[in-house]
Design a protein around this ligand. Structure first.
Ligand code: NDP
Ligand code: 2IT
Length: 447
């Protein structure tokens, strides 16, 4: 059987065995379609069935999360943790609390995480988890009770050398605090390295909050530099207005660009004067309000529910909200508007058809597993500080993050060049991530 027939057979098997898990199929296909030249160069990985093993999670935990709401009503959610691959280190990856969460979404995120974590060069395997809990409209007390119930089951699967969660959609510093508190209580251990994204006063790392957004902008800047361009004076559109989006906006402004639009699930704002970050943080982080409140107090801004934030003309687009939010029609609009680069702050925000349109038009495309790797990389730096009972200053951590992003960018380009076109960052990210994991898996024998 030739290499491409073997890859097709693996994909067919994934679809058959994981029925209904559309996002996982999509993420697997996106990686597999780049592995042909890599496997031709490494027939030993075909022989060892590395790809087949890589696509099957090492362990998947699904559990009931019962809790009592503020009205005394019992609620039941479903919790997940997919421990996908530990060839390079303990399972590492975030937790997502969103009503859409299901096994297929957690598996797509865990699968992406394997390659992303490998690209950072740090000793972390891949995992992901979450629950179909909707935090919107819930009181602080309800969030706390949910987190405590979630951790009451999850804690038995975690450990600083086993599996280390962090945040993702719907899970930020507040939730990590409640989760850590419950883990500490259940285990009677102050095991700082078991979660990342902690508060600065109890084992957290400087720059972890900012890391994903900052890192995505570093990556976009590196891509632009390959064409003799940079972010200064560029019009930038960011989707989302959560953790990744906010700090992407902050870094774009620090580098002299101007973010003219951002969004949430209720619409988007356009502000040609540039998004006022303090106001955005006040609304989204402190008040936990809707983005429409921004336009209510900012005279230069308008809020829309029609169309999409990606219809707003820009030089650079940074999708930082969720999967499959940027489709073929959005890609056509970006190309028409002369967009130079798209870097994914979110995980898999561009549909496969959108990626194809961008690539064919010569738009620089930074895939999430490379462009948003700064978050998990800084999580690994947080684990390093916890292991040595040390705390690094902001500048040291931020500069280590910038170095990791620059190294990931270089690795993607050199690997893409080896197997095809140096501008094909998706090829570079998939091939380089795969090679690091495959080498370790092969060395560990058939496990
Ligand atoms: P947040 O919960 O802080 O923010 C999410 C943002 O995306 C909100 O503005 C939210 O709007 C919007 N959003 C979420 N779901 C949808 C949806 N279905 N449709 C439209 N908008 C939506 O999450 P993060 O910023 O942490 O995560 C954003 C993305 O970045 C995710 O894809 C995540 O996997 C990825 N990521 C996160 C990392 C991290 O360190 N946090 C690291 C690497 C990647 P609303 O408030 O209206 O729901
Ligand atoms: O998608 C991601 O990389 C994250 N949500 C961050 C994971 C982490 O462990 O910091």
């Amino acid at each position: 059987m030739d290499v491409s027939a073997r890859i097709e057979a693996v994909y067919a098997q994934i679809v058959r065995r994981n029925s209904g898990e559309a996002e996982f199929h999509q993420a697997a296909r996106e990686v597999l379609q780049n592995l042909g030249p890599v496997l031709s160069a490494h027939p030993e990985y075909l022989e060892a069935r590395i790809v087949e093993r890589l696509c099957e999670p090492e362990r998947q935990v699904i559990f009931r999360v019962p809790w009592v709401d503020d009205h005394g009503v019992v609620q039941v959610n479903r919790g997940f943790r997919v421990e996908f691959n530990s060839a390079l280190g303990p399972y590492k990856g975030g937790l997502r609390f969103h009503p859409s969460v299901n096994l297929g979404i957690v598996k797509f995120l865990g699968f992406e995480q394997i390659f992303k974590n490998a690209l950072t060069g740090l000793a972390i395997g891949g995992g992901k988890g979450g629950a179909d809990f909707d935090p919107k409209g819930r009181s602080q007390a309800e969030i706390m009770r949910f987190c405590q119930s979630f951790m009451t089951e999850l804690h038995r699967h975690l450990g600083e050398h086993t599996d280390i969660p962090a945040g993702d959609i719907g899970v930020g510093g507040r939730e990590i605090g409640y989760l850590f508190g419950q883990y500490k209580r259940l285990t009677n251990r102050f095991e700082a390295g078991v979660l990342t994204g902690k508060g600065l006063g109890w084992g957290g790392s400087h720059a972890r909050t900012e890391a994903t957004g900052y890192g995505t902008v570093h990556f976009a800047q590196e891509m632009l530099r390959t064409r003799g361009q940079d972010l200064a004076d560029r019009r930038v559109v960011v989707s989302g207005s959560g953790n990744v989006a906010v700090y992407a906006i902050e870094k774009v402004h620090a580098l002299g660009g101007r973010v003219v639009a951002c969004s949430d699930s209720g619409g988007y704002v356009v502000d040609d004067d540039g998004i006022d970050l303090e106001l955005l943080k006040e609304i989204k982080e402190n008040r936990r309000a809707r983005l429409s409140a921004y336009a209510e107090v900012r005279p230069t801004a308008t809020h829309s529910v029609r169309g999409s934030v990606f219809d707003v003309p820009c030089d650079i687009a940074l999708p930082c909200a969720t999967q499959n939010e940027l489709d073929d029609q959005h890609a056509v609009a970006l190309v028409k508007n002369g967009t130079l680069a798209v870097a994914e702050g979110a995980n898999m925000p561009c549909t496969p058809a959108a990626v194809e349109i961008l690539r064919e038009a010569g738009v620089l495309f930074g895939p999430g597993k490379a462009a948003n790797a700064g978050g998990v990389a800084t999580s690994a730096l947080e684990m390093r500080q916890n292991a040595s009972r040390d705390s690094w200053p902001f500048e040291r951590t931020a500069s280590a993050l910038a170095t990791v992003m620059s190294d990931v960018h270089t690795l993607c380009r050199t690997t893409a060049d080896r197997f095809g076109d140096p501008d094909d960052y998706a090829l570079g990210a998939n091939a380089a991530g795969f090679l690091r994991v495959a080498e370790a898996m092969d060395a560990h024998g058939v496990i």
